[in-house]
Design a protein around this ligand. Structure first.
Ligand code: DGL
Length: 276
């Protein structure tokens, strides 16, 4: 079981930011990454639909004999974490709790800002988790749906991205937030731009990075860590458009991204691509 892979899934490509954080902190672990490229984006979809998709992906990952599942997608964590934990025989870790705890620890008294997809923000999952970790915190939330396609275009510093980021973020800056949670897989790629708009004194919290530490702790407490020096194998699978996954995905994790298999979730399938 300890040599089994960790399953990581997202609505598409953005979850590779979480996979990258896991590769970096857990270099002995093997990973199977699944991106639901046929059905993204999850951000504007109903909680029921996102939950159904997420349960189908869980089933596929369990068929690949994963030892733990990481929900890299914030929207899926917001709508489906509890359902997946109830259905899964292996630990399931989402990105919201680790990001919220890091924000609660980082704030100098608030307010704390949270940005994410429409689904993540309307679920209030981050606000609830921050308040659990630090009661009384004022949480300022803002959905920033246009940032996802800008990242997919690779427009990290494009003038259009600067304008849109200002439009979304200036109200949060003016509200005086001292900490801002990047509550979407794609936003870490816009960190320099977001920092620029928010100013140097605002702490940016990357939920993906925080989640890698949580995965490490979960594996340790379940006695599931891979042996030191194990030769990890990484596999990638998507539900559609493998070529675009590789093209855009390389912006997230560079040339470590190899070919991915196209699979149908809901039906077990062999998988994969191997990281060079
Ligand atoms: N992965 C999604 C998230 O983190 C962003 C992209 C989408 O809307 O599917 O919420």
């Amino acid at each position: 079981m300890n040599r089994s892979p960790i399953g990581i899934f997202d609505s598409g490509i953005g979850g590779l930011t979480v996979a990258r954080a896991v590769f970096e902190s857990l270099p002995d672990e093997s990973i199977i990454y699944f991106g639901d490229t046929a059905r993204l984006p999850y951000g504007p979809k109903s909680p029921e639909t996102v939950r159904r998709y997420s349960l189908e992906i869980l089933e596929w990952l369990l068929g690949q004999e994963v030892k733990a599942v990481v929900i890299a997608c914030n929207t899926s964590t917001a709508h489906a974490l509890q359902a997946l934990q109830e259905h899964s025989p292996v630990p399931v870790i989402g990105v919201i709790e680790p990001g919220a705890q890091a924000a609660a620890a980082a704030t100098r008294g608030g307010p704390v800002g949270v940005i994410g997809t429409a689904g993540t923000i309307s679920s209030n999952a981050y606000a609830r988790a921050i308040l659990r970790a630090r009661p009384g915190t004022v949480v300022e939330q803002r959905a920033c749906p246009l940032l996802v396609p800008l990242v997919e275009e690779g427009w990290f510093e494009h003038p259009a991205s600067v304008l849109i980021a200002r439009e979304y973020l200036e109200p949060l800056r003016d509200a005086g937030v001292d900490t801002l949670v990047l509550g979407c897989t794609h936003y870490p790629l816009l960190k320099p731009l977001i920092q620029d708009v928010m100013g140097p004194n605002v702490r940016l919290i990357d939920s993906g990075e925080e989640t890698a530490a949580e995965v490490e702790a979960a594996l340790r407490s379940a006695g599931l860590e891979a042996p030191t020096g194990a030769s990890p194998r990484h596999r990638f699978a998507v539900s559609d458009d493998e070529a675009r996954f590789r093209l855009v995905g390389s912006r997230f994790i560079g040339d470590r991204l190899g070919r991915a298999e196209v699979v149908s979730v809901g039906r077990s399938s062999g998988a994969s691509a191997v990281i060079k």
